[in-house]
Design a protein around this ligand. Structure first.
Ligand code: AMP
Length: 413
C-alpha cells in the first residue's frame, strides 16, 4: 500500500489551507447574504444531459472536460463541471418562479473538469458562485458585479482588473460569427495556422492570439458591439452607468469571450495580475435563455463564479491561526485519565476550547505539548490536588477540581 498519491490535478486540503478556505466561506456568506443571496447546495453529479443542454455541446467543457460515467442502470451521469446549470435546474424543479423575484442563490462547492493540470488549474477545484434568476433589470447585473468586486477586495486579492462587454442575443451573435468567419477567411494568409484551423469552430478565439500577423489583421475585424440590438445596447449602457455611479473601475473589452455557450448580454471577467498564465479569478454574465433551454418558463438570469484556489493564490492574507486552546488537562498518573476526560468534556460543554492528554506522555511531555498548542491554562490533575497553571504568567495555584472551569471562565470569557 505504499506510494499511493492523490490523482493528478487533485490536492488535499490540509489544516492551514482549510482555515484560509473557511475564511473565504465566511466572507462570501457575509457579503452575499447581506445582499439577499441565500445558500444552495446541489448534488455533486447530475444527469449528463443537463450540461449538454445547458452548457452547450460545442464548448470545451462538454466536448472534452467532463467526468461522465454510467450509473450502472443505463443512465449517464456527470460530475458537475460548473454551478449555473444545476442551480437553474433546481430553480425549475422546485418551482422557484412562484417566489418573489429575483431569486438569489449562492454556493461554495467543488467542481470537476478534466483539464491539463498546472498552477491554478486543477481537476477538482472549488468555486464560490452567485446566481440571480427572474429579473433582467440592469441594476441586477451591476449589483452582481459589484458584489464579486467587494468579495475579492475583502479577501485581499491583489492587482484585480475587471473587463466587461455585452454579447447581445444569440441571433445577432450568429450573424456576427458568420461575418467574422468571412473576414478571417479573407485574411487567412495573415493568420497563424492555429487561428486558421479554428475559423469555423470558434472564430472569436482569433482575438486572443499573440501571433503578430493575426493581431495586425484583427485590428480591422468586425466588432460584436456593432451588431447587437438597440435594446441590448441600452441595457449595457445602464449597467455601465451604475458601475460608474459606485466608482467601480472597468475596461470595456469587445473581445471578451467566455468558455460557456449560455451567455447573453452582459459578460464580465475579473483577472489578477498576481497570477500567472491562469489569470482568471472569477467571471460570469447573463443567461436569459438558459432556464427555458432546461425546460422552465422563459426566465432571465445572471451569475458568476470565482475560483477559491485562485483567490487564495492571488491574496496574501496572513495564515489564519487555529482556535486558541483555553484549557489543557494534564494528569500525573494513568488512573486519573477518566477524571481528565470528564473535566475536558465539562469544559467544552461550558463553552471553553479544551483538550486533554491523549497520547500517554509523561507530565513533562504533557506540559511541553500544552505549550506547543498555545494553551492558555493547564489543569494538572494529581491524586490529591489539582493545580491550575496560567501559561502566560507562569503562575500556579492549587484549586478544587470542581472550580477549574469557573476560574478559567472568569479570566477568558
Ligand atoms: P468558469 O466557470 O470557467 O467561468 O470559471 C470561473 C472561475 O473558476 C475561473 O475564473 C477560475 O478562477 C475558476 N476555475 C475554472 N476552472 C478551474 C480549474 N480547472 N481549476 C481551478 N480553478 C478553476
Amino acid at each position: 500500500m505504499s506510494g499511493l498519491q492523490a490523482p493528478r490535478g487533485t490536492f488535499d486540503v490540509l489544516p492551514d489551507d482549510a482555515r484560509r478556505r473557511a475564511l473565504v466561506e465566511r466572507v462570501a456568506q457575509r457579503v452575499l447574504e447581506a445582499a439577499g443571496y441565500a445558500r444552495i447546495e446541489t448534488p455533486a453529479f447530475e444527469a449528463t444531459e443537463l450540461f449538454a443542454r445547458g452548457v452547450g455541446e460545442a464548448t470545451d467543457i462538454v466536448a472534452k472536460e467532463m467526468y461522465t460515467f454510467d450509473d450502472g442502470g443505463g443512465r449517464s451521469l456527470t460530475l458537475r463541471p460548473e454551478g449555473t446549470a444545476p442551480v437553474c435546474r433546481a430553480y425549475v424543479e422546485h418551482g422557484m418562479h412562484k417566489l418573489s423575484q429575483p431569486v438569489r442563490l449562492w454556493y461554495l462547492s467543488s467542481f470537476f473538469r478534466h483539464e491539463a493540470p498546472q498552477a491554478g488549474r486543477y481537476r477538482q477545484f472549488w468555486q464560490v458562485g452567485a446566481e440571480a434568476l427572474g429579473s433582467d433589470d440592469p441594476a441586477l447585473d451591476a449589483e452582481s458585479i459589484v458584489l464579486l468586486a467587494e468579495l475579492l477586495a475583502e479577501l485581499g486579492v491583489r492587482d484585480v482588473r475587471l473587463r466587461i462587454a455585452s454579447l447581445g442575443a444569440a441571433p445577432e451573435r450568429a450573424i456576427y460569427r458568420d461575418d467574422l468567419a468571412v473576414f478571417l477567411r479573407e485574411h487567412s494568409e495573415q493568420l497563424s495556422a492555429e487561428v486558421r484551423a479554428r475559423i469555423e469552430l470558434n472564430p472569436l478565439r482569433a482575438f486572443d492570439s499573440d501571433h503578430p500577423g493575426t493581431r495586425a489583421a484583427m485590428v480591422f475585424a468586425p466588432r460584436l458591439a456593432d451588431y447587437i440590438s438597440v435594446a441590448d445596447r441600452a441595457h449595457f449602457a445602464d449597467v455601465c452607468e451604475l458601475l460608474d455611479e459606485v466608482g467601480l473601475v472597468y475596461e470595456l473589452d469587445a473581445t471578451l469571450v467566455r468558455g460557456l455557450d449560455y451567455y447573453t448580454r452582459t459578460v464580465f471577467e475579473f483577472t489578477s495580475d498576481a497570477l500567472g498564465a491562469q489569470s482568471g479569478v472569477g467571471g460570469g454574465g447573463r443567461y436569459d435563455r438558459l432556464v427555458e433551454q432546461l425546460g422552465g418558463q422563459p426566465t432571465p438570469g445572471l451569475g458568476w463564479a470565482a475560483g477559491v484556489e485562485r483567490i487564495l493564490l492571488a491574496s496574501d492574507g496572513p495564515p489564519v491561526a487555529p482556535v486558541p486552546v483555553d484549557l489543557f488537562v494534564a494528569y500525573t498518573a494513568p488512573g486519573l485519565r477518566n477524571a481528565a476526560f470528564t473535566l475536558a468534556s465539562a469544559a467544552r460543554r461550558a463553552g471553553l476550547a479544551a483538550q486533554l492528554e491523549l497520547a500517554g506522555r509523561g507530565l513533562k511531555g504533557q506540559m511541553k505539548f500544552a505549550g506547543r498548542l498555545g494553551a492558555r491554562h493547564v489543569a494538572i490533575l494529581g491524586a490529591e490536588e489539582t493545580v491550575l497553571k496560567d501559561m502566560e504568567s507562569g503562575e500556579q495555584r492549587e484549586v478544587g477540581r470542581g472550580e477549574v472551569i469557573a476560574a478559567i471562565k472568569r479570566v477568558t470569557l
